[in-house]
Ligand binder design. Sequence first.
Ligand code: GAL
Length: 629
Amino acid sequence: MKRTLGVCYYPEHWPEATWPDDARRMVDAGLAWVRIGEFAWSRVEPEPGRLDWGWLDRAMDVLGEAGLRVVLGTPTATPPRWMLDRHPDMLAVDAEGRPRGFGSRRHYCFSHDGYRAEAARIAGLYAERYGRHPALGAWQTDNEYGCHDTVVSYSDAALDAFRLWLADRYGAIEALNVAWGNVFWSMEYRSFGEVGLPNLTVTEPNPSHALAFRRFSSDQVVRWNRTQLDAIRPHTDAPVSHNYMGRVTEFDHYALGADMEIATWDSYPLGFLLDRVPEGDADAYLRQGDPDFQAFHHDLYRAVGKGRWWVMEQQPGPVNWAPWNPAPLPGMERLWAWEAFAHGAEAVCWFRWRQAPFAQEQHHAGLLRPDSVAAPALSEVEAVARELAEAPEVPEGPSPVALVFDYGSQWAWEVQPQGQGFDHFALVFSLYRALRRVGQSVDVVPPDHADLSAYSLVLVPGVQTLSEGLRAAMADCPGHVVTGPRTALTTAELSIPTPLGPDVPGLEATAVLVETFPGARPLEEGGAVRVWLERLETGAEVVERTVEGDPVLVRAGRRWHLAGWPDDDAAERIVTGLCRAAGLEVLGLEPGVRVRDCGAERIVTNYASVARRFEGHAVPAAGVLRLRR
Ligand code: GAL
């Protein structure tokens, strides 16, 4: 696989006379890809039905003739103002019942059929015009589904569509009443037309109702994207992608990714650290980002892309949208790019070419300053381009460790956390971090993964219900399989089954009580469990227990179950034991140092702001080491 670099560019933001020079400078910097078009609707169609292709034709030609390949984005994340006159009820509605307004972007509801048809229309027009253009290399549908909290909408369009979705899923209203337990509080319905949306209820809605609405909302995104694919595909052979985000979990990315050739994601390590990740050493990594957050998403989106994935937007300097927006330490652009390649990225593209001096993102850096002088990131991009030219090809195979991440479980535990902070993403990420601290290369896998036979160690934490496929794959896995905490304790409809769970293959255990609590329950061996503890009755061997004597890690041969959520110290010890049992090499890594094996190379990254050592080698601060394995 040839690994390449690219950049996001907005020709409509700059005088046409600057395009040829921009294109030449991109090529000189070693860039191969340029993404354009994804916010340009008001320039392509200034009035309904009046199309102005001239400028975009010329931009495609200028970029292509310079030697760049274009990723063309459909402009559906930014419907122009006139669209609202045609479809006044197309706006998404928030949980308080307020419509979201015009004046930024993503102001549409995925359930609105009229806007969905407009989006398919413009996507089809883009594809008809450029689907066979010599510069076209790939497509992007829309931009960042879910950004700005836009998946779940409580509009009238959503209500109508939800009722149809329910009728399709349950067939008869009696079946829905039974599945949700609506006899409780006299919530029974006589028809699907009586079911409302789960917002504005007096106290919490029925969790089964809320979960159904989350599943529906995710399906709406997949359906919406499919409409665009249907419009694009007849006119092109180029692969289609979408740019996903960090820690956005409101729709099932695996389901969306199944319809497309490439998954891409937008990586803003400093923005994420300050905006979203409450745990970890934020101060220590202020100018580097969390040492595991990017890697987790690389591994996740490799799964979403079925092996083919890119970074579509790489932070190039300070961003504008986090509470604080520091500049990356010198070296981080190169580190982030190499880290992505270590996880199998085909391409890394920076956002954006030149900093815009106007509008919302005027303080967001680019590879060029607003005055066209090179910004600090550009020389690091050029360095990566030179290094890539010399780098060996990388065959990708499975990693030794698989970690299941499940969007459905994320929604289930958001709907019914039971204890503050019970969050599937946070649980999976905490175990991912522990695995990386002891040097493991990990594949994130979906909950319907059919074949686990290549893995020495498989972790299935906090998965609401095990599908038949996953259950069979776990049973057939020759390696060690670890379930829990909170795995297979509830039914698919979010009720408690009898007999009580956890219902996991190969290990007999019953959670006779579950409790959540603030603070920590110390373990005999050190560290603690937090948030969640299942009181297990089991004949299995107890490997770890709390100081009070409750089993926390139990084992029957190669099958293990975790009854609580280990803190960082306990997780590292537990994961070390699991790796050793599974015959995997455990590495001792200094703080901030991470390792990933890829093909013939072992790539060592140092997120610390001071130099570290790895097996006798010095790793500079914010530096990368590429070792032969
Ligand atoms: C991304 C988005 C871009 C730009 C960027 C700024 O979320 O896709 O359009 O807004 O953030 O960091």
